[in-house]
Design a protein around this ligand. Sequence first.
Ligand code: ADP
Length: 186
Amino acid sequence: MEVTANKTKVSMIQGDITRQATDAIVNAANSSLMGGGGVDGAIHRAGGPAILEECKKIVARQGRLPTGKAVITTKGNLQARYVIHTVGPIWHGGSRNEAELLRSAYHECLKLATENKLASISFPSISTGAYGYPVDEAAKIAVSTAISFLKEQATSLKDIVFVLFDSRTCQSYCTALQACPNHFEA
Ligand code: ADP
């Protein structure tokens, strides 16, 4: 399913983000940027060692990536042009600023894509795997952050795609998109 906000399409698909041909794909990384399980492992496996090499340089230069921040690297062997790595919050029950940190993770990726004049970006469901964030809540934050971003600032982005790995997660994101009151043309 899809909606258009300020001339940018926001859509949901079920699939594997490593196969997306958008300008950027987003990695739900951890602060070490050294790879891991889940979507992080899948991206490094599919992209090859060039991505990890660049991640190591970034960490050597600026230290671990704080939760809610994002950095951009090469795509290695992937079809996308860039990988944007962000760190979502670990779910601790909701009282440790998780919602704001998750919002920040999406927002920083969208900002980085805009600064790099990218036309399209794919997101996985950040924090809802190993990090344990409840999917319905995370979906609402993901969708509302994207729509607010499109309403609030000019962007090169024409396509924002949420690539959800399983049908349950895909359903949550579709429901969140349908429920979002702000998705009409400004
Ligand atoms: P986190 O540590 O941020 O929770 P995970 O990688 O554990 O990240 O999970 C985030 C989401 O990514 C989960 O919904 C998981 O099913 C999904 N996922 C795993 N592999 C892929 C993939 N290849 N493409 C898209 N989503 C994926």
